[in-house]
Design a binder for this molecule. Sequence first.
Ligand SMILES: Nc1ncnc2c1ncn2[C@@H]1O[C@H](COP(=O)(O)OP(=O)(O)O)[C@@H](O)[C@H]1O
Ligand SMILES: [Mg+2]
Length: 352
Amino acid sequence: MSDTTNRGSAGPVLSVRDLKLHYFTSKGVVRALDGISFDLRPGETMGLVGESGCGKTTTGVALLNMPSPPGRIVSGSIRIDGTEIVGLPERELRKSVRWTKVSMVFQGAMNCLTPVYTIRQLMLETYREHAGPGAAEAAAEPLMRKYASLVGLPANVLDRYPHELSGGMKQRVVIAMALFLEPKVIVMDEPTTALDVIVQAQILNLVKELKRDLGLSYIFITHDLATEAEIADKIMVMYAGKMAELGSSEDIFGPEPGGSPAGGGPRRGPAHPYTQKLLASTPRLRARVSELAFIPGSPPDLVEPPAGCRFAPRCGFAKARCRASEPPVAELAEGHLVACWKAMEDPEYERS
Ligand SMILES: Nc1ncnc2c1ncn2[C@@H]1O[C@H](COP(=O)(O)OP(=O)(O)O)[C@@H](O)[C@H]1O
Ligand SMILES: [Mg+2]
């Protein structure tokens, strides 16, 4: 079978290596993103989870090389569709990377749509800024109509103002704006968080349909593991600016209840104590409310993160070595990576 017929063996559309983005504040350097690496294949969705403040949004904006001040990418590599974007000048990023190669649905963007412009005017502004020098404005109209329709909006939405739309419609507009220049990779930062539960489900279904019908490649950010279970092919669990664990949905969530690995293969399930705690504190997936766990303490200060494993101060398994030296990233099984001394040395230790 040739490579092109097997999506699983297609080259990555996005490759990130040892990426660091720090904020240079008056209180010191916030190491918000401190060396993460991953690949995203065409058509794949990678979920990004972790508690608030662990660096999810920072990772998203880093992928557009668009840090908010006083942030800066300090090292590492981001290749999107064959182009290295770390080090590209701002003008180049605006004209030939952002929105055409990678776009983002920003957290809360639906509430920031400029009220005095119609949706058409807002989309045209994005088009002018990003479609590239030779792009004819006439080409924008069919694209805007196509993507409005694909996200389930009526054609006349282009003539309306943001305040005339419901929350769900505004979120559809924001998603259409992220899609209509047909980027290779779309970052979605908590796209359902600000919506009521019915609309949340509708937007999540829309994201799934677009993935299926258009073969989109997503980075899907949420603090909610139950949402990732719905959408992600693989999941990166972040803690304090680092990758704690990366694996397929099955690696992270474990086998289906009652199921065991086919052919007696390696045992699956979350390997990092932080992932296990996150799962145990996620209501819909694992536990009745009376059994819900919580993670004592809070994530560390990223100006002076703890030595060794950053999770050690909150980890029930931590030993002297965990506090002294940082665990390397180990591959437990193909595609299942973990940064934890205990998980590395004792792969069969109790996984919840
Ligand atoms: N513009 C900024 N200036 C300074 N620190 C920031 C800025 N943006 C984020 N941070 C810090 O970076 C860390 C990661 O934040 P963020 O990426 O927003 O996390 P998450 O999206 O996972 O909640 C936090 O400690 C946060 O306070
Ligand atoms: Mg965030």
